[in-house]
Design a protein around this ligand. Structure first.
Ligand code: GRF
Length: 212
């Protein structure tokens, strides 16, 4: 059976993309295209270094978010894509986009959702807020994306301890490491048809189809 094709959407450094290239690409899925909304995103170089097709679709070329999202949709629709991975993609996608690709879009967020997520929680801000609040645990979440930011059913979460001498940067670096474990894992599970969504609950099945 041929491997499922995925599209990875990025805006920046692409360390999560790199984890997908290293752990998933040509093993449990094929990264068919990497799309960035930023033309100087380093992730584009990571993709090119691995002979993966890239495309820049910039909001600057469109007069509205809807038009920008339609262009993304059209590019993805040209291909037989099973899964869209938002790996540090910094634009909010339209309702139409989310409906069109319902249950086919996953996102990685650097906190234990529903803490420190949603509007205004991105990049280093997430970790600043976690430290400011004084939580003892933070972590990362891979979830299905829907029309609300950081809202859809959770696929995998993993925690890290917040230490008393943590800075936002130190915490961010530790969490990024676990992102690189759980994002490839979630993509693998999806592409092996081992994920089922029951309302908000995501059920993971073993290789024989049994719930684990
Ligand atoms: C990650 O922390 C991810 O959780 C968030 O954006 C960051 C992207 O990092 N959504 P990278 O571009 O994958 O290095």
């Amino acid at each position: 059976m041929s491997l499922k094709k995925i599209a990875v959407l990025i805006s920046g450094g692409g360390s999560n993309l790199q984890a997908l290239i290293d752990k998933v690409h040509k093993k449990s899925a094929v990264i068919d295209i990497v799309i960035s909304d930023e033309e100087d995103a380093y992730g584009l170089i990571r993709a090119k270094n691995n002979d993966i097709e890239t495309k820049v679709i910039s909001t600057k070329s469109y007069s509205s978010r809807e038009e920008f999202c339609t262009a993304l949709m059209e590019e993805i629709d040209k291909r037989d894509i099973s899964l869209i991975v938002l790996a540090g993609f910094m634009k909010i996608l339209s309702k139409d986009f989310m409906h069109h690709f319902k249950e086919k879009v996953i996102n990685i967020h650097p906190s234990l959702i529903p803490s420190f997520c949603g509007k205004g929680y991105y990049g280093i801000k997430v970790h600043e807020k976690a430290i400011e609040y004084g939580v003892k645990l933070s972590g990362a979440t891979v979830h299905f994306a829907d029309e609300k930011a950081d809202n859809g059913p959770i696929i995998i979460q993993k925690s890290v301890e917040v230490k008393s001498d943590d800075t936002p940067k130190k915490l961010q670096d530790r969490i990024l490491k676990i992102e690189h474990e759980i994002l490839p894992k979630a993509v693998e599970l999806f592409c092996e048809d081992r994920i089922e969504i029951n309302e908000r609950m995501v059920v993971i099945k073993d290789n024989k189809g049994e719930v684990i």
